[in-house]
Design a binder for this molecule. Structure first.
Ligand SMILES: [Zn+2]
Length: 279
């Protein structure tokens, strides 16, 4: 594109027929994606549409170059559906291979960038499939847009959203980090106590929060160490066996409640429960 912000294409090669002037008073609310079923140039599309009653607003070539063939204000004949035609902009994408159908990286990136630029320019919102971006197949019985609705669909929409965020200066929310699974090895209370003494777990509420279910045991060990006591003969970790007995007695409920109440000891205790019950 010469200018993504003003939707100025690299080449204007406007059709002399096979489109309808204006939009019949309808409001533009979507972009419809197509593939060429061939590796056509901008001129190649123009030629095909001379003899076929069809057109689209833009063609994206395999080298990424974009041509405008019908002005945005006019209705192109691309969706096989009059209602869809009057309310959309149609973008064609050249296929770089046909078995399987595939578009080039440059075509994918520039096509997605054009989707983003159109969504921004016409205030259609962030590109979202089924909301403001559709495939030809959503309106007619066709496989079009082939790979852009299949193997290359995710990449295409991700690029469209990337470019939209880039162009509108918004940063998407960071994905929520996946919580770490509870440790499956018994916590080393002695090592945790040393870390606490080194200051790695802060104080007061912060230390409680970060040590979670181990807090009491670790704090006891810290106090012992600071008092110069020898380590207890037995490791002072939580008593898994006693907790398992309590679970079997029903004192920790079931399912999610049991998980919540046992916290990061859940896996160990549940394993011991299963052993005791002979599972
Ligand atoms: Zn199509």
């Amino acid at each position: 594109m010469k200018n993504w912000n003003t939707l100025e294409a690299d080449v204007d090669l406007i059709m002399n027929k096979h489109y309808t002037a204006g939009r019949g008073g309808r409001r533009l609310d979507k972009v419809i994606i197509h593939h060429n079923a061939g590796n056509l140039s901008i001129r190649g599309c123009w030629d095909v549409w001379q003899t076929r009653q069809a057109s689209a607003h833009y063609q994206v070539q395999s080298d990424g170059k974009i041509g405008q063939l019908v002005w945005d204000r006019d209705t192109a004949w691309h969706a096989g559906n009059w209602n869809a035609n009057t309310t959309s902009i149609g973008i064609e994408h050249a296929d770089v291979s046909s078995s399987p159908w595939k578009v080039s990286e440059a075509c994918l990136d520039n096509g997605a960038h054009l989707v983003a630029a159109i969504c921004r320019y016409y205030k259609l919102g962030r590109p979202a499939w089924g909301k403001n971006v559709f495939g030809h197949k959503n309106f007619s019985a066709t496989e079009c847009p082939a790979s852009l609705a299949e193997s290359q669909h995710k990449a295409y929409m991700a690029r469209a959203q990337y470019w939209y965020d880039h162009m509108t200066g918004t940063t998407p929310a960071k994905p929520t980090p996946t919580p770490k699974p509870a440790p499956s090895v018994p916590p080393n209370i002695d090592a945790l106590a040393d870390a606490v003494i080194r200051g790695e777990y802060g104080n007061g509420e912060e230390r409680k929060r970060r040590l979670g279910a181990n807090y009491t045991a670790v704090q006891r060990r810290v106090n012992e160490k600071l008092a110069g006591k020898k380590p207890a003969a037995k490791p002072s970790g939580p008593n898994i066996d006693a907790l398992a007995d309590a679970v079997i007695r029903g004192e920790y409920g079931n399912g999610e409640e049991r998980k919540r109440r046992l916290g990061n000891l859940y896996d160990q205790v549940q394993k011991r429960v299963n052993q005791k019950l002979g599972y």
